[in-house]
Every structure is written in C-alpha cells, then in structure tokens.
Design a protein around this ligand. Structure first.
Ligand code: BGC
Length: 373
C-alpha cells in the first residue's frame, strides 16, 4: 500500500515536472444496466486526493491529511457502485433538476402546470425518483492551468421526471494546489424550465465512520433563514437567526444547541435549514460556511455564488452501510448544500430558478480544505 502511494506521488510529481500538469487517473468502478461506470482520481501537490464517479457526477471520496499527516476520507459514501445505485441518501452526488423540495410536486410556467413524481410525503425531493444523482454523466478529463479537472455533462430529456425542456448540464470539478475543489455549474435549455443544482456531500472532518459531527465547529454568517412549514416547505418568510438555535454567526459546535424538542429542530429532528446570503454584486463568491474539527485540525470553507446555504445534519440517516464497513446513523455527516431556495418556482419572492432558451445558467461553489495546528 505504502509502495503504491510512493509510486503514485512520484508519477504525479514527474508529470507535473515534465508535462506541466497533474494527471487524472481513470479506473473502472463497476457496471450497471450494461454501462461501465468509471472513477476519476485527482490529486494536488499537497497530497489531497479527490475521487469522482461519472454515476451521478458524484464525489466518492476526499482524502485529506490531518495536522499529524494522517490521511482520512472526509465524506460519507459507499465503497461500491451498488451502494450508489440502490442507496437513497444522495452521498456526494450532484442533485437536479431540482435540489430540495417542490411543494405538492408541482409548479407553473407561463400558465402551464407541471406535475412531478411525488417521493417525499406529498412533495418532490431532489429531482424525483431518478434525479441527476441516478444518471450516467459523460466525463471528460481536462486541465485547468496545471490543475486536474473533470468535466461532467448530462443531457436531461424534455419531460424527464416531469420537468419541461431538454436541459444540458455541465459540472466541472477542478482540484487546485490551494486545496480547493472547485465546482463550476452550467446549464442550457431549449424551453423555459426550472433548475436547482447542488452537491450533496456529507462531511465528517474526523473521517467518515469516525463518530458524529456534533463537536465540529460551525460558522454560518447568515442573518436570516427561510421559515418552513411542517412538511419542510418554505412559507415565503425569512426570519432572523438572532435568538434562535440557527444562529451560527459566532462559531459553535454543531451539537451545542441541537435539541430536537426545539420548535425549529423538531420537524426535521435536527438542522435542515436554508440560510440566506445576499450580495452586492451578482455572482459574487461569498464564504457561506466554515467547519472545523479541533482534534484533527481539519477545516473546510464553503464559498459560493448561490443565494442559499442549506445545512442538513444527516438527521434521517439510520443504519446505512457505508464505506469499509462503516455504519452511518443520525449526525454522522453534515451537508452544506449551496443552491437556490426550496420551492422557489412556487415563490415568486425568492431568487428565480427559471431558465429560458438562449440563457446560460452558471454558478460556482468551492470546498476549500485547511489544516490548522
Ligand atoms: C434535505 C433533507 C433530506 C435529505 C435527504 C437534504 O438535502 O434537506 O430534508 O432528508 O436531503 O438526504
């Protein structure tokens, strides 16, 4: 194992030296429905390793050293393809067409009502039964400057899971030497439609399978959260975080106030909330969240151009068989989903999720890892 790692690091260093870029290594991950699924491994100069799958444009693992140099995989997931095909937890996958809930599984565009499959109580969650996380994406290895990059594209046909318009979506994943995993999203449609894209990685900075995330220190600088009803559908109001368990403007352990009898946490048995980020310039990158795990020294910053950071503490995980024999229960991972607000197509007061033919949807999210002493 050690010899393999040394050979790998040597190969990467040589290619950077001679060819000016870090390679992306492609390997077979499994097979489903007659299609071969590939994994793409990206490495940077600091030994950060990111593994992507073309199934669901999924981040399958992120290996990050701690302050003592010990490497751990900081996201939840499955070791094999079967987990991703059968599983219902959206581990590390790209979510679309619509991340979050669409109330009663319907919305209207230009007077026409579109009805979607219902997969969450009376609502549609994360694009329906077979959203983008269950699709095979077309992957192309690229280099951005000298950094390894994989561009994943999926063409979602008109009517898929009830959504109008053929939507061509691209997510380009780039790993930089500043320990940033950059996700650049782009989409085009041939008729008016709605979309909301995110990545659904569950982070555990101690390493997946190593206890819960309740002692991770979370900082979210937002002043407002989107109020939701008993089915977790936004009511349309934004409420101040001031004086509530959702106030993370001063960094605090995730578990410090996680009391499921609190009126704001009871419905989802924990955090499952959308925080508003306003900006003076459109498409400005803002720091939406900072997560820090004191024992390992690992820290993560989430930068985004999106208006909503949805924080979900894995409340509904229950005995999920994860990687290498890990079993994931509630609060064993935390999702920091950058996106537009749930149910926006039914909430004209929210930032719009509509895309018209001829327009380009574009957004950027960055996961930036740090190791603190
Ligand atoms: C949602 C949760 C949901 C989870 C499913 C999150 O994005 O906010 O309510 O249960 O995804 O994994």
């Amino acid at each position: 194992m050690k010899r393999l790692l040394i050979t790998w690091v040597l190969l990467v260093s040589l290619s950077v030296l001679f060819f000016g870029f870090a390679p992306v290594v492609r390997s077979v991950f499994g097979e489903t429905g007659g299609a071969v699924i590939h994994a793409y491994t990206l490495e940077n100069a600091n030994g950060l390793l990111v593994r992507l799958l073309d199934y669901g444009a999924t981040i399958q693992s992120i290996l990050v050293p701690d302050k003592k140099g010990q490497v751990a995989d900081v996201i939840l997931g499955y070791s094999d393809l079967e987990g991703y095909v059968e599983g219902g937890s959206y581990f590390g996958s790209t979510i679309g067409r619509y991340s979050g809930r669409l109330g009663k599984g319907q919305f209207e565009i230009d007077g026409r009502v579109y009805t979607l499959p219902i997969n969450d109580g009376p609502n549609t969650l994360h694009g329906g039964f077979n959203g983008f996380h269950k699709r095979l994406w077309n992957a192309n290895v690229e280099t951005v400057g000298s950094f390894p990059s994989v561009r994943m594209t999926y063409s979602s046909p008109n009517g898929e899971e009830g959504f109008p318009g053929t939507l061509v979506v691209t997510v380009r994943f780039t790993l930089t030497d500043d320990n940033e995993l950059i996700m650049d999203y782009e989409a085009f449609t041939d008729r008016p439609t709605v979309l909301n894209l995110t990545n659904h990685a569950y982070f555990n900075l101690r390493g997946e399978g190593n206890s819960d995330i309740l002692s991770h220190i979370l900082h979210v600088s937002s002043d407002f959260f989107a109020e939701t009803d008993e089915m977790l559908i936004p009511t349309g109001s934004f409420c101040p975080v001031e004086g509530t368990v959702l106030d993370f403007r001063t960094p605090l352990p995730v578990g410090a106030r996680l009391d499921v009898s609190d009126r704001l946490l009871a419905r989802a048995k924990g955090y499952d909330h959308s925080f508003l980020f306003m900006r003076s310039l459109a498409n400005e990158l803002v720091l939406s969240a900072r997560l820090y795990e004191p024992d390992s020294g690992r820290a993560l910053e989430v930068w985004t151009t999106e208006p909503d950071l949805h924080v979900y503490t894995g409340n509904f995980l229950e005995g999920v068989a994860g990687k290498h024999g890990s079993v994931y229960g509630p609060y064993t991972g935390i999702c920091l989903e950058t996106q537009h607000f749930p149910d926006s197509p039914n909430r004209p007061e929210f930032p719009s999720t509509r895309l018209n033919p001829g327009d380009r949807f574009q957004s950027r999210t960055i996961y930036r890892f740090m190791i603190l002493p």
